[in-house]
Write a protein that binds this ligand. Structure first.
Ligand code: CTP
Ligand code: MG
Length: 603
């Protein structure tokens, strides 16, 4: 299997573990024989006589320990009893070590695999993550990998144990009495038929189980992260219903698998008991008619061996079950591991020049969609240090346009260049570190205010952070927080207002002193006065930074060097405010509509 390489660093443990198991199994297999000696020679009448008559290993042992004829039946019981005890202790010791090494190998395997899978998930492009869905990625990272870990552990412990019990037990059984072997031979086909029937039905169901688990995870994830909306629309009942249905689906399929599996145990027990009865019967008849060497001890050992063999078959079944689960899960993990990130960096990096960003005949459609492209015929040159505003009705493609600059997506046609180099030829880190992207929806992390800002630049000093906050007009409200910059922000910034979140996100973008600063409607929640202050301080502190600013309000874009008006996925006009007012009808319409509504367009 492709995932086997993850076991490699732990191969020492993976090899030792089955070897230790051999020790345990040998111990277990020898116990019934010793017990037989105790019954036949220690307890039975004429035990001593039988011992001498039978000769062989027990006779040699007794002679070696006590000298010929120098022992009683009690000493036979004690000798072999102590031997059994020692074997149990040593076997147990081996067993424990085996379990430990197997766990060590399996957990190491799981840990490394999870690390790599996570790295892979992080490297996937936005489009690919969306395709897998978050719920499914979470299941694959957690549950599926756990299944694989369980499987590895199981195999390490059982791959030796079951076959050894099966073969060893059969050999021991036959060496006790050939007729016992016949009993086993008769019960095996019955057993195998049942197992094959059950397994062939249950194995295909495992991939369905994982899929349903994905669904449950998806619903939980969506609702927990969207808890506010769910509450606001009083959709709890509906969402609980949706969860119930996903949960019910999971239960149904699990029950179906378990129902099938439930057949195995009773059938196995019945067959086992019949085999035991048969052995007692054969043994009993032989003993009473005094046929060749059958003894009570033989029958007892026979029963134990038959049980061991049948149990080992049971274990093989469990192994099959685990294998089939592991195959289903393995496929899902491999699917993630083998997804090549569609957006991959190259090694170039551009030098700062006069032109910061260009779009050359760019058209763009979201991967996997067809129909009209979201953007088409985009030609645009953005000079270094320029402030370019983008305005346009909602859904016209503003966010899509700027997403092409840091390569969140790749242009379908045409080229986007940054500092004269096509973004596709950039080293991704080099490209993205030139850019600060303040998103339409502020994403904050559950950490302190300072650390949230520091996200933009990991080694920023306290002074730099305060400076960035001042530029972003966030310092006032931050200083009013109970612990200032050390105040803790709840998950996703739940403890802040919309405008406060936006300003923190802006500070995070500013602290990095990027070459290109992109605001995607990032000032929408600020009042006009604050927004004007922000613009002024940006102009002052970040003269060389190219600012691309998407906004809905004329007031926000009015002072920009140029304003690009987007309509129907293409740039209709790109000029300063005054020119647009004269030449662009769309722009005048927007202006007029906002004048009517808001009145105060300037400040
Ligand atoms: N779109 C899409 N797949 C996405 C995101 C967007 O198909 N993953 C489509 C939308 O349906 C929309 C178009 O692309 O019709 C442009 O979206 P966007 O660039 O996000 O529009 P904006 O101009 O940014 O709209 P808004 O002002 O509302 O942010
Ligand atoms: Mg947008």
């Amino acid at each position: 299997m492709k995932l086997a390489k993850y076991l490699k660093p732990y191969r020492l443990f993976a090899i030792i573990s089955p070897l230790l198991m051999i020790g345990e199994v040998m111990g277990d297999l020898s116990l019934p024989f010793l017990m037989r000696y105790i019954v036949d020679y220690g307890i039975a009448e004429n035990g001593l006589f039988e011992l001498v008559k039978a000769g062989g290993f027990p006779y040699e042992v007794m002679n070696f320990l006590y000298g010929a004829g120098n022992y009683s039946q009690l000493s036979i019981i004690i000798t072999f009893g102590v031997m059994m005890l020692l074997i149990v202790l040593v076997g147990g010791f081996f067993g424990t070590l085996c379990a430990y090494t197997a766990a060590k190998a399996a957990q190491g395997f799981g840990h490394d695999l999870r690390c790599d899978a996570y790295k892979r998930v992080m490297s996937l492009s936005i489009e690919q993550t969306d395709k897998f869905t978050t719920g499914s990625l979470v299941t694959r990272m957690t549950n599926d990998i756990s299944m694989l870990v369980e499987f590895v552990e199981m195999v390490l412990r059982m791959c030796v144990r079951s076959p050894m019990f099966l073969i060893g037990g059969t050999i021991m059984l036959i060496s006790l009495n050939v007729k016992f072997g016949v009993v086993l031979l008769c019960s095996l086909p019955l057993l195998l038929v049942t197992l094959i029937l059950v397994l062939s039905k249950s194995v295909p169901l495992y991939s369905v189980v994982q899929k349903r688990l994905d669904k449950v995870n998806s619903v939980v994830q969506e609702n927990v992260s969207g808890a506010r909306v769910v509450k606001a629309y009083v959709r709890e009942d509906y969402e609980i219903e949706r969860f119930m249905s996903a949960n019910g689906g999971l239960k149904d399929i699990n029950l179906k698998v378990l129902r099938l599996m439930a057949i195995i145990t009773p059938v196995l027990t019945i067959i086992q008991n019949f085999a035991i009865i048969a052995i007692i019967l054969i043994g009993g008849i032989d003993i009473s008619s005094g046929i060749g060497g059958m003894t009570v001890g033989n029958v007892m050992a026979g029963i134990t061996y038959v049980t061991q063999v049948i149990m080992s078959i049971m274990m093989v079944t469990m192994m099959f079950q685990s294998i089939s689960r592991a195959i289903a899960s393995g496929k899902r993990v491999i699917e993630v591991m083998e997804t090549e990130p569609t957006i991959k960096g190259a090694d170039k990096s551009g030098e700062e020049g006069d032109i910061a960003v260009t779009f050359e005949n760019v058209s763009f459609r979201y991967p996997g969609t067809c129909g009209r492209p979201v953007l088409h015929d985009i030609n645009l040159e953005i000079r270094r240090g320029e402030t370019l505003a983008i305005i346009g009705s909602t859904g016209c493609g503003k966010t899509s346009l700027v997403s092409l600059i840091p390569r969140f997506y790749d242009a379908t046609e045409g080229a986007v260049t940054v500092d004269g180099v096509n973004v596709k030829d950039y080293d991704l880190t080099a490209l993205r570190s030139k850019i600060s992207f303040v998103m339409q929806k502020s994403e904050l992390f559950s950490d302190t205010v300072a650390n949230n800002i520091r996200w933009g630049k990991t080694d920023a000093s306290d002074e730099e952070i305060k400076e960035a906050a001042r530029v972003a007009q966030a310092s006032d409200f931050i200083e009013h927080l109970p612990d200032g910059y050390d105040s803790y922000i709840a998950e996703k910034g739940a403890s802040l207002s919309g405008g406060q979140k936006q300003r923190l996100s802006i500070a995070r973008g500013v602290v990095r002193h990027p070459e290109i600063l992109i605001f995607d409607d990032a000032t929408s929640a600020l009042d006009l006065a604050t927004e004007a202050k922000l613009r002024r301080s940006l102009n002052e502190k970040m003269k060389d930074t190219t600012v691309i600013m998407i906004a809905q309000r004329i007031a926000s874009v009015k002072e920009a060097d140029r304003i690009a008006v987007i309509e129907d996925g293409t740039i209709k006009h790109c000029a300063p405010h005054d020119v647009l007012m004269r030449e662009c009808e769309t722009y005048r319409d927007i202006y007029a509509s906002q004048m009517k509504k808001g009145g105060d367009i300037g400040e």
